[in-house]
Design a binder for this molecule. Structure first.
Ligand code: SF4
Length: 398
């Protein structure tokens, strides 16, 4: 007997109209091929349209649904820096491990549990191992879960605050209202997405690689920030950008739109994900974020410092800063030591410069069950997505 769908889910028949509408997908594919053909005729055979899908969830959709197999040869889709776990610097993980071993409770999301540190702490390389070694580590679904737990236990605790603009309001709102038990502080590893996109695109140019000609911007981040920051970035870099939803049809429409914009010489942002994203974003969330945090130059794992790309607590909220509370060092540009794991090419994968298969450890020593590098840890990490869903297979030639 067919299992009944929960009452809160949309009827399967209706859902198929959009989510798995093969006819619609084929129509959009035809548009992509038509525009790509025109691009070839206008710009020549050697002109490659390289598009960066910023977000880990877009990479998941791309690989899971085989979107790359639907694209013509002159259109390439590369994954970008949209995995917050992958870019969290090692020194923050090391601090978290040390605190947990010293009896401070460390709260973390599940996808950071196995995030490796470059320099082991007392032989311990990640929070999972720290827990095994007797460290106090709790995996939670949300910051609110940690708040409730600390309110009950009154234990000295820190929250490993990893995330982009999407996650930041979850910390900012309770902090702004001072709903935080005094025993709890945060280690902010919060990062901002447009500066990372700018950096990744510039790095491809610096290395003389095929330049990025369009950006698929993250839909959930933009639900908070609005489309405006992507418009500014797009005009600055003079490449089209489309804020996209996460269904395969969304992604196909966004690619078609970027090709159309290239043909017309248009720059600026278009919002494909209009059902969620506005121009100004979520004003209440943004107000809370910038009441509590300020922008700072921040380190990205294996990459180094990117200007104004992180969020740190303002002075008026420093009492909740775990770095201050426990006297933890935060390197600056001068004292920064690059935190690549030997042989791991995760930083280049994150910047869209190489593919996971360019790493000698991919599925040969590094796998989702035994991750060596950060890109194999999180569900949003490109290496993990390719390993789990076969992004490494050349499906076109099977
Ligand atoms: S396969 Fe593993 S070791 Fe290689 S880049 Fe990816 S995460 Fe790093």
């Amino acid at each position: 007997m067919e299992a009944r769908r929960p009452t809160w889910e949309v009827d399967a028949e209706i859902e198929r109209l959009y989510r798995r509408n093969r006819r619609l997908a084929e129509e959009v594919k035809k548009v992509i091929w038509k525009y790509a053909d025109r691009v070839r005729r206008v710009k020549g055979d050697g002109f490659k349209v390289k598009i960066m899908n910023f977000c880990g969830t877009h990479e998941w959709t791309t690989v899971h649904y085989g979107i790359r197999t639907l694209l013509p040869d002159n259109v390439e889709l590369v994954a970008g820096p949209g995995c917050p776990v992958c870019v969290t610097p090692s020194f923050i993980v090391e601090h978290a491990i040390r605190l947990s071993l010293e009896g401070v409770r460390v709260y973390t999301f599940g996808d950071s549990f196995k995030l490796p540190a470059v320099r082991p702490v007392k032989g311990v390389r990640n929070l999972a191992e720290a827990k095994t070694a007797g460290g106090d580590v709790q995996v939670v679904y949300s910051f609110l879960d940690a708040l409730k737990d600390v309110a009950n236990t009154r234990r000295e605790s820190v929250f490993l605050a990893i995330g982009f603009e999407t996650t930041a309001p979850g910390y900012a709102l309770p902090l702004a209202e001072r709903l935080i038990p005094r025993e709890l502080s945060i280690l902010s590893a919060l990062r901002l997405t447009p500066p990372a996109a700018r950096y990744a695109i510039a790095e491809a140019d610096r290395r003389g690689l095929t330049p990025i000609k369009g950006i698929v911007a993250p839909g959930h981040v933009s639900a908070i920030t609005g489309a405006k920051p992507w418009d500014e970035l797009s005009r600055e870099l003079k490449i089209p950008t489309v804020v996209s939803g996460f269904e395969p049809i969304d992604l196909l429409i966004s690619i078609a739109e970027i090709l159309r914009m290239i043909l017309r010489g248009e720059v600026g942002v278009k919002v494909e994900y209009r059902r969620v994203v506005s121009w100004e974003g979520n004003r209440e969330a943004l107000k809370a974020i910038y009441r509590v945090f300020e922008k700072t130059d921040a380190a990205w794992r294996g990459i180094g410092f990117i200007e104004e790309s992180g969020l740190e607590l303002r002075d008026s909220y420093r009492e909740f800063d775990g770095f201050d509370r426990y006297g933890l060092e935060k390197p600056d540009r001068e004292s920064w030591v690059m935190d690549n794991l030997k042989g791991c090419r995760c930083a280049e994968v994150v910047l869209g410069l190489v593919k996971p298969t360019d790493c000698k450890f991919f599925l040969k020593g590094c796998s989702p069950s035994k991750p060596l590098g950060p890109c194999m840890v999180s569900f949003e990490g490109t290496c993990s997505i390719w390993a789990r869903f076969g992004g490494y297979l050349d499906l076109k030639n099977l």
